[in-house]
Design a protein around this ligand. Structure first.
Ligand SMILES: Cc1cc2nc3c(=O)[nH]c(=O)nc-3n(C[C@H](O)[C@H](O)[C@H](O)COP(=O)(O)OP(=O)(O)OC[C@H]3O[C@@H](n4cnc5c(N)ncnc54)[C@H](O)[C@@H]3O)c2cc1C
Length: 467
């Protein structure tokens, strides 16, 4: 879509002049996300009411102006990038927790609420909102819903979609739609709530979300287990889950990750082990010691060379210190990285890790893999200097080969980060042409002028209106 001059006076009168930014410097601050891609919007608006959002969307339709909903800009695949210019709709003013219902265990929130803030607030009521992306201290619930974010707790508690009962949103034509109810059950009509979760800002702007909460677990226990061979770690993971214990966290760090973290922290992590697992169980205090003992036995039986159960909060902190140090440690080895969050059936984790090692050798790259072993979601970080064109080309080839293998192993190209811009060239590989056309038809039906977050998911070289 070509850049069109914006009807700025109408925009200012809709949202108030104090809620419109147009300077180049201000616009640049809303044109990036954690993908490191960037594009400058023509203006940034901060609507305060659902009516203002609706009127803005109608205006954008009349003038064919692209609109880009935005939370905290922490997305990794460029889904919030205002590609081609247009209006960024920053949802910062929608930052209220409207209701926490202890009896029904439900919360109603606006989409600009920071995920960690909601978790803290509900915990004061003895309640629990489980989805825990590592970005929870700064990412917003609107962004989490749009990307269907996950995190370490997904193995036991699922991902964002499992906690969304309904929402209020403004459709790409400006109508205000309510989906779902404050009930756990509800089967009247198509499940529009589920359609919206993971829609990456392409099907509407969320203005209110109804969330399901759980009772907060009484206690948590943490353990670390070291495995000389990664196959044994994978075997331990599947036996733990088969033993009817569902850990709340089952994290894996591969040998390259252990090496990078040890070089950064010098905390005595072994360099000759192919895998480390961090395992947590949570629930009723009186049952946890039994569960942890069983997990420990399974790890030892399946070949762990060392098992360390945290006896105190300090011990627990020491175990998590290694996991949390991965990002800063990676920053020390190369200036950039390509971070993919491929996901395979759990039994295929060793095959995936071995394939990644072969790619590292073949393309002369440092590749560091870690992630959520409990749900097969392995974060694969190809370390590089993007200014080194030869290295970048090799890394891109490695990504393509990685994606082909993941699909051959029965996996998915993204467990939690989404498609956005960076994965759009590979979108069809996974969903196939019928899947692609079906999704495109939904997009065209809801957004006939393609104004809502254009240039995401669907291939840029396929004309939007092609039959
Ligand atoms: C350090 C770090 C760690 C991370 N860890 C994880 C992790 O563990 N798990 C994980 O899943 N992700 C993770 N992420 C990725 C990112 O934080 C998530 O994708 C997050 O949900 C994005 O939220 P946001 O508020 O930043 O959204 P943004 O990046 O601003 O936007 C993301 C998408 O949501 C859309 N959007 C935002 N608000 C609305 C709205 N109100 N209505 C409609 N669409 C909207 C945007 O248009 C865009 O398409 C991490 C990112 C970083 C930087």
């Amino acid at each position: 879509m070509d850049q069109r001059p914006l009807p700025l006076s109408q925009i200012r009168s809709l949202v108030g002049p104090q809620n419109v930014l147009t300077s180049q410097e201000d616009c640049a601050c809303y044109g990036y996300d954690a993908s490191k891609l960037a594009a400058s919007p023509q203006c940034v608006v901060f609507p305060e009411t659902v009516q203002a959002v609706s009127e803005l969307v109608k205006l954008a339709n009349r003038h064919l102006i692209p609109l880009f909903p935005r939370g905290a800009g922490s997305g990794i695949v460029g889904a919030a990038i205002p590609k081609g210019g247009g209006i960024v709709m920053a949802m910062n003013h929608f930052n209220r927790i409207l209701e926490i219902d202890e009896d029904d265990m439900i919360a109603v929130v606006e989409p600009g609420v920071i995920t960690g803030d909601l978790q803290k607030r509900v915990s004061e009521h003895g309640l629990f909102y489980p989805p825990d992306p590592a970005s929870l201290q700064f990412s917003t619930l609107g962004g989490n819903v749009a990307m269907c974010s996950g995190g370490p707790r997904a193995v036991k508690y699922g991902v964002t979609r499992d906690y969304i009962l309904g929402m209020e949103l403004v459709l790409p034509t400006g109508s205000i739609l309510q989906t779902g109810k404050k009930t756990y059950k509800g089967v009247v009509g198509y499940d529009l709530t589920r359609l919206m979760v993971g829609s990456e800002g392409t099907l509407g702007v969320f203005t209110k979300v109804i969330l399901r909460l759980l009772p907060a677990p009484e206690a948590v226990r943490t353990m670390m287990a070291l495995f000389p061979r990664i196959e044994n770690a994978a075997l331990a993971v599947s036996h733990i889950l088969k033993s009817r214990i569902i850990p709340s966290t089952l994290e894996l760090m591969d040998q390259s990750t252990l090496e990078v973290v040890e070089n950064h922290l010098h905390m005595g992590l072994p360099q000759d082990c192919e895998a480390m697992l961090i395992i947590e169980v949570d629930g009723r205090e009186d049952l946890l010691a039994h569960d942890m003992a069983q997990v420990e036995t399974i790890c030892k039986e399946k070949g762990a060379s060392e098992v360390d159960v945290a006896a105190s909060p300090t011990d627990r902190e020491r175990i998590w210190r290694a996991r949390r140090a991965i990002s800063p440690a990676l920053g020390r080895i190369r200036p950039g990285k390509i971070n993919e969050d491929v996901t395979v059936p759990r039994a295929q984790i060793p095959a995936l890790i071995h394939h990644i090692r072969r790619l590292a050798d073949k393309y002369r790259l440092t590749i560091v893999s870690f992630g959520h072993a409990g749900d097969g979601n392995i974060h694969t970080n190809i370390m590089l200097d993007r200014k080194n064109h030869d290295e970048l080309k090799r890394a891109e080839k490695a990504v393509e080969e990685l994606f082909r293998t993941v699909l051959d192993l029965g996996g998915t190209l993204s467990g939690e980060h989404g498609v956005g811009i960076t994965k759009s060239p590979f979108f069809m590989w996974e969903v196939g042409s019928v899947g692609y056309e079906t999704m495109l038809k939904i997009k065209q039906a809801l957004d006939p002028n393609n104004i809502m977050n254009p240039g995401k998911m669907f291939l840029p070289d396929r004309a939007f209106f092609q039959p």
